[in-house]
Design a protein around this ligand. Structure first.
Ligand code: ADP
Length: 271
């Protein structure tokens, strides 16, 4: 439980009365805190690659006659610049999400298509590690209401993580099930897994289990917070199950779009 923030204003009315006005500012203060934290985190994260790029540029200037060094510095600059580009992309995605109004902008979305699209985009990385992505239950009619681009981004992040945090020659399984008005999509990998303490934190912005390893695998620490935002905006939830050393399963549950049939077969009202 957090503290309650109250703003009190007092006014003296005549000789006998004091008017006290108390505003509950708890929610506003919390939103401000989250925003300030986010800005601080973003600035910090952006400063790292920008700083590295300018140092490398300096080093390049100083070593212009050493061909090997020039090559090495240029490669590292390229890597830092891609990292910067990834970060900017994720930050734009997150801010786009904050303004997203699914209720107004949504359409009927077939999740099997969204997932096929997301799988396509992870294919190159998967092939380079000889990881097989297997989609099960794809024939399932899996209609939800929402924004197809945002949903593709969410599933792409989950599949991308499964591929990035798995060793070579493993398998990533994607299952789609429809049950009790919900569609559950699970993404299972045979990677390193996530410890119980970290499972609670991986959805936080910029949280990485192992910063050094994650940097090597090219993460921004924003992927899962984007997933959580998208899924929550769609009235769903995301959870993780993992056995360290054996792999992880991320499951997204979304409300199933009710079949058109029930509407179409309704008898017309009135005489
Ligand atoms: P990143 O861009 O670093 O991958 P994410 O928000 O997508 O950021 O994930 C946060 C952290 O959770 C990652 O840095 C990684 O440590 C851990 N993680 C995410 N997905 C997996 C996975 N499938 N297997 C193991 N660890 C994972």
């Amino acid at each position: 439980a957090g503290s309650i923030v109250v703003q009190v204003r007092a006014a003296v009315l005549g000789d006998e009365y004091v008017l006290l006005l108390a505003d509950d500012r708890t929610e506003i203060t919390r939103t401000e805190e989250i925003r300030n934290d986010f800005v601080a985190n973003v600035s910090h994260e952006l400063k790292t690659p920008v700083g590295a790029i300018s140092l490398l540029a300096e080093a390049l200037e100083d070593s212009s006659d050493d061909e090997v060094a020039v090559r090495r510095f240029a490669q590292r600059m390229h890597k830092e610049a891609s990292r910067l580009a990834d970060l900017v992309q994720d930050i734009i995605e997150l801010s786009r999400l904050q303004g997203a109004n699914i209720a107004q902008r949504g359409t009927a979305v077939d999740l099997s298509h969204v997932i096929a699209d997301a799988v396509d985009r992870s294919k190159l990385t998967a092939e380079s590690k000889n990881i097989k992505i297997v989609v099960g239950g794809a024939g399932t009619d899996a209609q939800v209401y929402g924004d197809p681009d945002l949903l593709t981004t969410a599933f792409r992040n989950l599949i991308d993580n499964a591929v990035r945090y798995s060793p070579e020659n493993t398998r990533v399984g994607i299952g789609i099930r429809s049950r009790e008005g919900l569609i559950a999509v699970s993404v299972t990998d045979q990677g390193d897994g996530i410890s119980p303490e970290d499972q609670e934190r991986v959805f936080e912005r910029f949280y990485r289990v192992d910063a050094a390893r994650s940097r090597a695998t090219g993460g921004t620490g924003l992927g899962l917070s984007i997933v959580k935002h998208v899924v929550t905006n769609h009235g769903g939830e995301v959870s993780v199950w993992s056995q360290p050393g054996q792999g992880s399963t991320f499951t997204v549950r979304l409300p199933e779009l009710e079949g058109r049939d029930s509407v179409d077969t309704t008898e017309p009202q009135g005489p």
